[in-house]
Design a protein around this ligand. Structure first.
Ligand code: RP5
Length: 160
């Protein structure tokens, strides 16, 4: 199975991104977590992205805040799909991160989830890996069925 590379710009992003790592692990997807900054360690970011496909990764998840260019920089150096997770920030609440990630100029897309959308990033990455993994696709189908059952159970409870 292809692996998922989870990169974050700072260890201050770890608390939010733990949800992403936990979700990937719940699907038994091999995951590697790295801290790498597009502006503080740009050479390392370049190497990480350039080597990712050869190292067996199928998707990169990039979490960053403020002028959040990590996902865009990684995407510049690979043809792997990159999912950006905008981190909430103290000054603009994460709108700065969101717009920095989602407004990529044409040619270098970064698939963007919600502010602090760590869980959805993991699910989206799992869906991408599942394109070539039937067992994982089955796990995702079960995950959706379980979610639906939970909502139905709550509906039945309020109607009772
Ligand atoms: C970004 O700046 C990081 O991704 C983080 O979200 C934000 C703040 O980083 P620290 O100053 O806490 O290291 O690069």
């Amino acid at each position: 199975m292809k692996k998922v590379l989870v990169v974050m710009g700072s260890d201050s992003d770890l608390k939010v991104m733990e949800k992403c790592v936990d979700r990937l692990k719940s699907f038994d997807i091999p995951t590697e977590v790295r801290i790498c900054s597009a502006h503080r360690t740009p050479a390392a970011a370049e190497q990480l992205a350039k080597n990712a496909a050869a190292e067996g990764f199928g998707v990169i998840i990039a979490a960053a805040g403020k002028a959040a260019h990590l996902g865009g920089v990684l995407a510049a150096y690979t043809t792997l799909p990159v999912i950006g997770v905008p981190m909430a920030t103290s000054v603009m609440g994460g709108m700065d991160s969101l717009l920095s990630i989602v407004q990529m100029p044409k040619g270098i897309p970064v698939a963007t989830v919600a502010i602090d959308g760590a869980d959805n990033a993991a699910i989206l990455a799992a869906q991408m890996i599942a394109l070539s993994d039937d067992a994982l696709a089955q796990k995702l189908a079960q995950f959706k069925a379980d979610m639906a059952a939970e909502v139905t159970a709550k509906d039945e409870k309020v109607r009772a």
